[in-house]
Design a binder for this molecule. Structure first.
Ligand SMILES: Cc1cc2nc3c(=O)[nH]c(=O)nc-3n(C[C@H](O)[C@H](O)[C@H](O)COP(=O)(O)O)c2cc1C
Length: 296
């Protein structure tokens, strides 16, 4: 299927974009109007774009339905301040309730049952229940169009971050499990960044460059067993294992057990065993085993 934005209704294009550009973090934006009335709304057109200065951008878009603009945007034009609150699983339903199109001046802190806490630098309130609250000043608003569906990029600088001590690990860093963030996808879909949804991928080597998938021996690259992810893991190595390393692996306890069980010298069987090692993040061991199959 091909989607040409010029030949499709904005509403439908919007749906294709939101389902495929996902999951998106949620900026739970707290603003005030020029009379000091609080407003609180979620926006998933949101991300971080630099840390020096610390810049985040979110976008209250023009309504596709009637091309009107959102209260958050009106408030930003009037007061140029916002508190962006992170959204954890524990608050996702209340957060959703705050996205109701209440009349101007209605306080969504009250409607959604959140606790408003005074900020230290800016006037808008923080959401007490949110694990991270960022006090921001608005540097610029970039309108990307004038039709319904057009974005309004609110470029913000973070002035102060408030981080709940309960989500920190013993090194004072945010524990990705404890913060338990949620993100938005298409339609009514959300996802929760916890449990099995969380996994780590070792960053490519900082000092030395990784060898890359193209440097892998032909029979490994063309394996019927190894997946693209497996090849990516191997390609992230700093070197091909040499003879000594392979010999050491073959003589190690683990190597001996694997090789004893691998009675059949079928390449696919060896690749299956290597795949298992890769799934346990034993990349070097897997690489040695694969190289042994290459040398056969
Ligand atoms: C999780 C979530 C994410 C949303 N993201 C956006 C967004 O990025 N841009 C947008 O214009 N509206 C978004 N909305 C809809 C707004 O929150 C909704 O229109 C809200 O009523 C705007 O409130 P306001 O008029 O008080 O600013 C989102 C709603 C939810 C529940």
């Amino acid at each position: 299927m091909i989607v040409d934005p010029r030949e499709i209704k904005t509403m439908d294009l919007h749906a294709y974009m939101l389902s495929s550009i996902a999951p998106r973090p949620i900026a739970f934006a707290s603003t005030i109007d020029k009379n000091g009335n609080p407003n609180l709304s979620p926006f998933s057109f949101f991300n971080a774009f630099g840390s020096n200065p610390p810049i985040v951008v979110f976008s209250p878009a023009r309504r596709v339905r009637d091309n009107t603009i959102k209260h958050t945007l009106e408030n930003i034009y009037d007061t140029k301040e916002v508190v962006i609150n992170a959204v954890s699983y524990a608050m996702v339903h209340q957060q959703s309730l705050a996205s109701c199109e209440y009349a101007k001046g209605v306080n969504e802190f009250e409607k959604a049952g959140f606790t408003a806490v005074a900020s230290q630098i800016v006037k808008p309130f923080r959401v007490k229940e949110s694990p991270v609250q960022m006090e921001c000043k608005v540097l610029e608003v970039k309108e990307t169009g004038t039709q319904g569906g057009a974005g309004n990029l609110i470029i913000c600088e973070i002035l102060l971050m408030h981080i709940d001590d309960n989500i920190l690990d013993e090194h004072g860093k945010i524990d990705q499990h404890k913060i338990d963030l949620v993100a938005r996808l298409g339609g009514d879909w959300y996802c929760r960044a916890s449990g099995d949804a969380l996994f780590t991928v070792p960053k490519p080597l900082a000092k030395q460059t990784s060898i890359g998938v193209d440097a892998l021996p032909q029979n490994i690259k063309q394996s019927h067993v190894l997946s693209g992810n497996n090849l990516g893991q191997l390609g992230n190595s700093e070197s091909l294992p040499d003879g000594d390393e392979i010999k050491n692996f073959a003589e190690s306890e683990e190597g001996k057990i694997i090789l004893r069980d691998l009675q059949i010298k079928d390449e696919n069987v060896i690749h299956q065993a290597a795949k298992k090692l890769l799934e346990q993040n034993k990349t070097r061991e897997a690489f040695c085993l694969l190289m042994m199959s290459t040398m056969q």
